[in-house]
Design a protein around this ligand. Sequence first.
Ligand code: CTP
Ligand SMILES: C[C@](O)(CO)[C@H](O)COP(=O)(O)O
Length: 249
Amino acid sequence: MSDASTHAATQSLSHAAQPFSAMPRLAIIVAGGSGTRMGADRPKQFLELLGEPVLLHTLRRFADPAVGVQQCVLVLPADQFETWQQLCDQFAITIPHAVVAGGESRWASVRNGLGYLAQEAQGIVAVHDGVRPLVPTSVINNTYIAAAEHGAAIAAVPVKDSVRGLAQQGSYALDRSRLRLVQTPQCFELNLLRQAYRLPELPTFTDDASVVEDLHPIRLVEGDYRNLKITTPEDLIIAEALLRAFGSA
Ligand SMILES: Nc1ccn([C@@H]2O[C@H](COP(=O)(O)OP(=O)(O)OP(=O)(O)O)[C@@H](O)[C@H]2O)c(=O)n1
Ligand SMILES: C[C@](O)(CO)[C@H](O)COP(=O)(O)O
C-alpha cells in the first residue's frame, strides 16, 4: 500500500470515529449470480427453503429492526427482475428495498449496487451474499459495529478440518490455526468501499475484503458456522435443518 493511498483512505475515514449508533447503516445484498454449481432450473437465490425463497430469508435478516438498516439495495440478474417481482407478490414481501441489475462477476454486481447509493450518502455499508440466508443478527450487528470503529470488518470462522496445500508433486500440511474461512457480511465505511471499487477488477478478487485490503486493513469479526453459503445441492438440506433447529438466530 502506498503512503498516498493510505493517507487518502485515512482522510476519507475521518468521520468513522463517531459512535457506531450515529453511523447510518446501509446494505447491498448481492444476488446477481446464476448458480451454476447448484445446477437447478433457476438461480439458487430463488429456490425455496422451508417453503420460502432463499432470498426472502436473507432480506428478512437485514430488515430486522434490531439491525437498523436504513437502506437496502438488492442486486439481481438483469433477466430476473420479473421473477423477483412475482415472488414479491406471491409472498407479500413488503420489506423496503431497491432493485439493481447485477454484472458478469460478483465484483461487478457489488459495484453496480454501490453505484445506486446516493453520492452524498454516508455511513457503513454491509455487502452480503443473497445466498447466506442464515446469518445471525448478532453477526450482522457485530460486523457493522467493528466497521464503524475500524473502517473495514468482515465475518470469518476458524477452520475445523485439516488443510493441505497442493504442490507440483504431492501436497503439504498447512497450519489451520493461521487460517480463517471468510463469510459475509463484509462491512465498510462507504467512502472506503467506493474508493476500492473505483480500481480495476483483478482475478484475485473473491470477496470485498480482497478488493479493499490494499487500501485499508481488514478487521476479522467472529462469524458463525450456521452462516453457510448455499452453493451446491446438499447445502439446501443443511440450511433447512438449521432453520428448523434455530429459526432466526
Ligand atoms: N455475477 C454475480 C455472481 C455472483 N453474485 C452473488 O454473489 C454471491 C456469491 O456467489 P456464488 O455463490 O458464487 O453464486 P453464483 O455465482 O450464483 O454461483 P456459481 O458460482 O455456482 O455460478 C451470490 O449471492 C451470488 O448471487 C452476484 O451478485 N453477481
Ligand atoms: C464472498 C464469499 O461468500 C466469501 O466466502 C465468497 O468468496 C464468494 O465466493 P464465490 O466464488 O462467489 O462462491
